[in-house]
Design a protein around this ligand. Structure first.
Ligand code: G4P
Length: 280
């Protein structure tokens, strides 16, 4: 579900987030493994101040494995444990639980010193729309329990889902707003299909994607489109349009159609696992 972000949406989401933060010990922040930077909102550092934190690099099945490892290391260097996952599968559960326990170690020890035993950690899931919050909650809890809906400010039930004796999750995920101040954020979120395509002309999105791929993943372009690295940047769309038979009535290349195919190939994983952001 794609929604436009207006200041009103943002204010509502922020208010809801602040309220929910009061209820939890831990914040599980989801970002998209293909664009770990653009998929986050740095305001979370302020909002989740004094909370334990874990980052989930979701949709890691669509991202480059080497890049995933580099991002995990980079977040850990910043003091935040990170786990890569495909939220649709349940394989991440054990690793996630270990990361959560490690992130909450101090709190667990503090509780123990005060004689509080076995009080479950309370956690909430946060992330921008479409990052996989509901999918994650459902997989983690092992049942269809998460409320869906990306509209900030929907009625919030604040039900707790018991994961096990040690952990409870707030059933409604917190919605973070994309931070569009940097132009790359909009570009990258549009490329992965998380925000409306009309942020930029579709041809420009595909052009930028091809440019990135020519630099980092030239073999995939060769495999899928038979595109040689020698083809000039300006000629790539033309080449692919002709190769794929994206032509207008008079035989002219249909760039828009070609661009849609390229983006669709990327988003569905047909171009392989491709990360659009690398650790610098
Ligand atoms: P949200 O609550 O954060 O808004 O996201 P949601 O769980 O609704 O997930 C958004 C889309 O992303 C869904 O696809 C979901 O299946 C997909 N998704 C979630 N996690 C992963 C993942 O780790 N890997 C991949 N490849 N996809 C993931 P959809 O197109 O909206 O629906 P559908 O394809 O499931 O029918």
């Amino acid at each position: 579900m794609l929604i436009q972000w207006y200041p009103g949406h943002m204010t509502k989401a922020k208010r809801a987030m602040k309220e929910d933060m009061k209820l939890v010990d831990l914040v599980i922040e989801l970002t998209d493994a293909r664009v770990p930077q653009s998929g986050r909102n740095p305001d979370i550092d302020e909002l989740a101040k004094n909370k334990a934190r874990v980052i989930l690099l979701n949709k890691s099945d669509l991202a480059d494995e080497k890049a995933n490892r580099e991002w995990i290391a980079s977040f850990q260097k910043q003091g935040i444990l990170a786990v890569a996952a495909d939220a649709r599968q349940r394989g991440f559960r054990k690793q996630m639980m270990e990361a959560i326990m490690a992130a909450c170690k101090e709190k667990i020890e503090r509780d123990r010193r005060r004689g509080i035993m076995n009080r479950p950690i309370r956690a909430m899931v946060v992330g921008i729309p479409n990052v996989g919050k509901s999918t994650f909650i459902n997989s983690f809890a092992g049942k269809v329990s998460a409320k869906t809906g990306n509209k900030p400010g929907v009625t919030r039930g604040n039900q707790w889902i018991r994961i096990d004796d040690r952990l409870e999750l707030l059933d409604t995920p917190g919605i973070l707003w994309p931070k569009f101040e940097d132009q790359t954020v909009g570009l990258h979120l549009a490329m992965i299909g998380s925000i409306s395509d009309d942020i930029l002309p579709i041809e420009e999105l595909a052009f930028e994607l091809l440019k990135w791929m020519a630099e980092y993943y030239p073999d995939r372009l060769k495999e899928r489109y038979d595109l040689d690295p020698e083809v000039e940047a300006m000629e790539r769309m033309d080449f692919i349009a002709k190769k794929r038979g994206c032509l207008k009535k008079g035989g002219e290349p249909d760039y828009e159609k070609a661009a849609r195919q390229i983006l669709d190939d990327y988003r569905s994983g047909r171009l392989g696992r491709i990360s659009l952001e690398r650790v610098q």
